[in-house]
Design a protein around this ligand. Sequence first.
Ligand SMILES: NC(=O)C1=CN([C@@H]2O[C@H](COP(=O)(O)OP(=O)(O)OC[C@H]3O[C@@H](n4cnc5c(N)ncnc54)[C@H](OP(=O)(O)O)[C@@H]3O)[C@@H](O)[C@H]2O)[C@@H](O)CC1
Ligand SMILES: Nc1ncnc2c1ncn2[C@@H]1O[C@H](COP(=O)(O)OP(=O)(O)O)[C@@H](O)[C@H]1O
Ligand SMILES: [K+]
Length: 515
Amino acid sequence: MISAYTGTQIRAAEEPLLAAGMGAVLMQRASYGLANAIVHELQARGRRLYGASVAVLAGKGNNGGDGLFAASFLAARGMRTTAVLTAGAAHTEALAAFQRAGGRVHFLSDANASRLAAEMARADVVIDAVLGTGAQGGLRGAAAALVASLADVRQTSGGPELMVACDIPSGVDADTGEAHAPVLSADLTVTFGAAKVGLLADPGADYAGRVHVVPIGIEAELPWPALRRLQPPDLLRLLPQPGRRAHKYSRGVLGVVAGSADYPGAAVLACRGALAAGVGMVRYLGPPEVAHLVRQSCPEVVCSAGEVADTHVQAWLVGSGMGPSDSHQLQRAHDAVESGLPVIADAGALPALPDVLGPQVVLTPHAGELAALLKRLGADYERSAVEVNTLGAVRHAAALTEATVLLKGATTLVASPFQDFYSQADGTPWLATAGSGDVLAGIIGALLAQVGPDVGRFRDAGIDPDERWAAIAAMGASLHGLAGTAAAGGGPLSAGRIAEYLPEVWSRLVTPPDV
Ligand SMILES: NC(=O)C1=CN([C@@H]2O[C@H](COP(=O)(O)OP(=O)(O)OC[C@H]3O[C@@H](n4cnc5c(N)ncnc54)[C@H](OP(=O)(O)O)[C@@H]3O)[C@@H](O)[C@H]2O)[C@@H](O)CC1
Ligand SMILES: Nc1ncnc2c1ncn2[C@@H]1O[C@H](COP(=O)(O)OP(=O)(O)O)[C@@H](O)[C@H]1O
Ligand SMILES: [K+]
């Protein structure tokens, strides 16, 4: 599990160590870790350190101090070092160390911003150390001009080879992931003490590149994380494994209310996702022509034209491929939510359900659907407003609906109504293909049916049982991403193949590596 914290939480965790006079030690650990990560990265790229150049964009706070100390370590390895001081001043000891190690210093002004940007673009490595967790808002004045022009040069002519963010890309909000332009896109973010929330939520994650955490000794002081990310060992622990005496009913039955005359394929893909995710049985309820297609495509599914009240299941999937005129299907979706069982509600069900739900209802909107949902509940959002603050939007929706809300996208965010958050980014952009969300709904539905009732499984894994719905949604997003990545293999992907690859990905997760 990766745990991420807000800037405020990190600063509070540093506080006792600072009070004990360990500030300089923390900074040495951070900057040494940053320098080491750069050394490893260059070595992995087959680059010699000796004679390579590194330029630091250094602000006046401790973030700039980290960057300057790191550059002085790199100078000791033979790298040529330059610093651009963006605020006319710098961390005193770090600047002294940098200059002692032979570094050249430039003072940024409006007049020299574009010339310095061109010079920095010629460096092999640039360290972005203008703003860290102490930032308020984005870059301003000459620093903004330099960064904008460096970002431009990089896009048009390619340099520098390696862009490294110190702690967090300057301009990204550590607490929310909001990005205040201009922001340099890092290849690597080296972050100190623990991951910051803003690195694991879009759009901040777009700028962070790979995230490497350097422990600095504050770990024991860290509180409950603001956001978590499940990793393969967590999936191994949480995924269901049938007991020896299992039978199809004990393994969990999922009821599916999905598909319509216009979008019958959504029902098929949802059922395929559910079957691939190990459910004991899928029961499909819907119009005869859709049921016919489901039977043709997934003979394992038991289809009927019956009602929710007469259908014995452990969880429901509702909404994929349904429209506002599918009144009978929408009534079934309503009944499923009213049953109190866990429900994954997707697509067409989202505008049709009661305003206030419960944590066992998992809503799975994409950004456009989330904006529409928030608008319906009286909050003023457009799709673009969701996209610039994904975490804020998903948090808001979970608070208003009292449901678990999963926001789909490059990074999938899950918010529980109790303000527990997960972020999963196991997928590939090839997953942005029609029907991909229907398969995700099927996978989450299957997990709800199988592990939803198993309170102990979550308690044992350190997850509050009341919060398990969010963890289940995050498990589904992770499996979907891993299966999609495996299915794509670096190339194009059609949605059905996510389900085809899922059993193999699952078995790899639960098979110890030495077998
Ligand atoms: N604490 C520790 O022990 C450790 C901390 N560590 C490191 O410290 C970093 C946090 O350092 P920090 O608190 O000095 O703040 P930082 O992010 O460098 O910048 C704030 C400075 O910039 C200014 N400023 C603010 N907003 C601005 C804007 N929009 N545009 C322009 N300027 C702006 C603001 O000045 P002000 O405007 O308030 O006068 C202030 O001077 C953290 O990310 C990590 O790298 C590690 O070494 C581990 C040990
Ligand atoms: N750029 C991306 N990178 C990784 N995953 C993505 C990306 N874009 C979309 N996805 C994933 O693909 C799925 C798309 O779902 P959705 O938008 O509902 O598609 P559809 O309605 O066509 O089935 C979601 O799981 C989402 O997280
Ligand atoms: K930074």
